[in-house]
Design a protein around this ligand. Structure first.
Ligand code: S3P
Length: 171
C-alpha cells in the first residue's frame, strides 16, 4: 500500500478517520502533530506559545522529510497547515477531507471535550480569523489533493470505507 496522507482544516476529523481506516484495513495510523510533539517533548500549543509559528512550520518541514524517506504503508493524518509541504505528493496519495466551516465548527462544539479541542488549537482561538483562514485554504487544499472526500454528515467508518474504495480505484 502506498502511504495515504490526509489533509484538511483543523477539526475536520483527519485523526479519527486515519485511526478508523487503520483498524478496518490493517494499517498503521500516524499523525504529524503527534510526531512533532514527540520530537519536541512539548505540546503543539506550547510550541506555538514558546517558540512561535515559524518554528512550528520548520518542524513540519523536518517531519515531511522524515515521512518521505522513512515511512511506508501508513495512513498519515496531518495538521491543517501541513498541506504546504513541497514534498507532500512524494509522501503518498493526498486525500482532502472536505467540509464547510460551519460543519467543522459544529463538529468541534458538539464534542464532549469541545473546550480542550479548541484550547489545543492556537489558530482556532479567534473564530473570525479561523474562518478567514479556512476561506483562503479551501482552494489551496483542493489544488493539491489527489482525492477529495466530502465528509459532512458522515460517520468515520463510512468515510474510511469510501476512501478505501476510491484508493482502490486509483491504484
Ligand atoms: C494547524 C492545525 C493544527 C496544528 C497546528 C496548526 C493549522 O492541527 O498542526 O495548531 O495551521 O491549521 P489540526 O488540523 O489537527 O487541528
Amino acid at each position: 500500500m502506498r502511504n495515504m496522507i490526509l489533509i484538511g482544516f483543523m477539526g475536520v476529523g483527519k485523526g479519527t478517520v486515519a485511526r478508523t481506516y487503520a483498524k478496518l484495513f490493517d494499517a498503521y495510523a500516524i499523525d504529524t502533530d503527534d510526531l512533532i510533539e514527540s520530537l519536541e517533548n512539548r505540546k503543539i500549543k506550547k510550541i506555538f506559545a514558546e517558540s512561535g509559528e515559524a518554528y512550528f512550520r520548520d518542524l513540519e518541514k523536518k517531519t515531511a522529510q522524515w515521512l518521505e524517506t522513512s515511512v511506508q504503508n501508513a495512513v498519515i493524518s496531518t495538521g491543517g497547515g501541513f498541506y504546504k509541504q513541497p514534498n507532500l505528493k512524494k509522501i503518498g496519495t493526498v486525500v482532502l477531507l472536505d467540509s464547510t466551516f460551519d460543519a467543522i465548527l459544529e463538529r468541534i462544539l458538539s464534542h464532549p471535550n469541545a473546550k480542550r479541542k479548541l484550547a489545543k488549537r492556537p489558530l482556532f482561538a479567534d473564530r473570525k480569523k479561523a474562518e478567514a483562514l479556512y476561506n483562503t485554504r479551501e482552494p489551496a487544499y483542493k489544488a493539491v489533493a489527489d482525492i477529495v472526500i466530502d465528509v459532512e454528515n458522515k460517520d468515520p467508518e463510512t468515510i474510511a470505507r469510501e476512501l478505501h474504495t476510491l484508493i482502490g480505484a486509483k491504484e
